[in-house]
Write a protein that binds this ligand. Structure first.
Ligand SMILES: [Zn+2]
Length: 105
């Protein structure tokens, strides 16, 4: 009778999983009145950025918030554009025209 010997090697199982959709933020589980309290404490430029993160949060922040930014003091607009610049690595803020310009490579 033949004996078959099997050798088992430990298999590395990756704990990293691929996600096709981002998980909803726990922030969205907050009661709306608490959410409004938080949004009210944010400076204008942060309110606009906050509203641009997803459609649910856009609904929390009033539509006129982005309009207010257009007539806000220059420092407030610079703060907003610098936050946008951080999220867009191929763009730079131009202080002359107060816009983000795509970098030429
Ligand atoms: Zn420019």
């Amino acid at each position: 009778m033949a004996t078959i010997t099997m050798q088992c090697e430990p298999v590395q199982v990756s704990t990293m999983t691929l996600k096709t959709e981002p998980e909803p933020s726990p922030l969205l589980d907050l009661p709306l009145d608490i959410m409004f309290e938080i949004v009210d404490l944010l400076p204008l430029h942060s309110k606009v950025i906050f509203s641009q993160t997803c459609s649910d949060l856009r609904a929390v922040v009033k539509n006129e918030t982005a309009q207010k930014l257009l007539s806000a003091p220059r420092a407030e607009r610079v703060s907003y554009l610098r936050l946008r610049e951080k999220a867009m690595p191929h763009y730079r803020l131009c202080y002359m025209c107060m816009r983000l310009h795509k970098l030429e490579v």
